[in-house]
Write a protein that binds this ligand. Sequence first.
Ligand code: ADP
Length: 301
Amino acid sequence: AMRLILPLFVFGMLINQIQRSEASARRIRELLAQKPTRDENPHARVLQQAPQRIEFENVSFAYPGRERTITNVTFSMEPGQMIGVVGPTGAGKSTLVKLLLRYYQPDSGRILVDSSPMRAIDMESFRRQVGYVSQDAFLFFGSVAENIALGAPDSTRKAIERAAEIAGAHEFITALPQGYDTPVGERGLKLSGGQRQRISLARAVLRDPPILVLDEATSAVDTRTEALIQENLRAFRNRRMTLAVAHRLSTVRASDSILVLVDGVVVENGDHESLLAQNGAYANLWAVQSGEAVADDNTVS
Ligand code: ADP
């Protein structure tokens, strides 16, 4: 089966680039359209503190009326750990995120938070623990500083700038006409996709959430800047759980565990080195992408 999967996987990743803008528009429409279902369970426990463990246990899921999207996915996360998810377009990466954020419930298997079924926990209290950065950064009309402080309005300018530094945004922000006071978003200064993503990342960093979910959060940032951001994020990730979904393997390279998802199934699982040693789908893709990166660098310099 791998002989069939491998070329499909690599090819899928290549066309990912092309499909991404379309897919992202779809994703944002979806997320906006979905009114999170209110907890029906009146006994739901309000999460008072940061979870110490999240587990996916044989989770399977199909969108209503559709074929199965996620099959038997198992992994766990603890504070200080980063889990990466890679795979071609349509593999189910974002669906995993949506399951974690509870836009949907598994059809079978369980998602456990500190050993309690996710359903037994008050949804709002869980979401408050999560900083979610998608590839489509949402900016409202207001200053850059206000946009970064969206989830933490009482932040000092200093804290805002510190968050922007970690997110690799400080430099370009200070170069804007009015720096941190430059109006952006609807009717404001038009920023590039990569700049918007970094503002969105700074927003999550400033909120300082115990759980960080990055869904193609730096996909529009160039490879070098991204490497810088990854380096900055290393210390930031220290005491929190990070789930990072990416097309670009270098984004998830530092993960404690990387799930290689193909057609909703985890076909490989391990850290970067062990996945390379397996010489399978991941190793194959790594070879292709590092070749691309070298080509990119040559064009730049
Ligand atoms: P990825 O993030 O890896 O690109 P997704 O999780 O977005 O993959 O999608 C996995 C599969 O589920 C795809 O076949 C996609 O078309 C389908 N899908 C995604 N969202 C929905 C939805 N809201 N309703 C029905 N099918 C969906």
